[in-house]
Design a protein around this ligand. Structure first.
Ligand code: SME
Length: 162
């Protein structure tokens, strides 16, 4: 029997998933766990230049933990706006090879050339997303997408709850 996805996933992804599980389990609360998760991903993958988690809050996405060279002004994004809002509206992973060629793109950093946004699901709904900006064009591929979808499943229980 073959397991093509597992065989194609780089060992670095398996290692990172194990580390994420350990860091999340060791954290004292969900907010700390989510902060540790973004730090692990940023440390382990040099092409993840800026990485943040947005959580759904009503009709908006609100920035949670992030790590990167500078803060973004887009701390609240209406669902449906930008690449982030498109991924939240559709529930589909967005891989953008060239942000300047995508009319939906909401610019945050002059250095960003490409972007990946991966929805976080809970109970069948989008409850947040992972947003990563890359300084190189075409920085992200389907392998990142599949990996980050597994990461998203680990993050779902960390969402803020009323
Ligand atoms: N570029 C995103 C906005 C978020 S910043 O990249 C952090 C977008 O188009 O939705």
């Amino acid at each position: 029997m073959s397991h093509p996805v597992a065989e194609e996933a780089p060992a670095a992804h398996g290692d990172a998933l194990n580390l994420l599980r350990a860091e999340i389990a060791a954290a004292l609360d969900p907010a700390e766990a989510a902060q540790r998760a973004v730090e692990v991903l940023h440390d382990r993958f040099p092409h993840y230049d800026w990485l943040g988690i947005y959580w759904v809050d009503g009709a908006d996405l609100v920035l949670g933990p992030w790590v990167g060279p500078e803060a973004t002004e887009h701390t609240r994004i209406p669902i449906g706006t930008g690449i982030c809002g498109a991924a939240a509206a559709s529930g589909q992973t967005e891989i953008i090879a060239d942000v300047d060629a995508d009319p939906r793109y909401l610019a945050c950093f002059a250095s960003t050339k490409s972007e990946i946004v991966v929805p976080i699901f809970a109970d069948g709904s989008v409850v947040g997303e992972i947003d990563i900006d890359g300084s190189d064009a075409n920085a992200f591929d389907e392998t990142d997408g599949r990996f980050l979808e597994e990461v998203a499943a680990l993050l779902a229980p960390l969402r803020p709850r009323a």
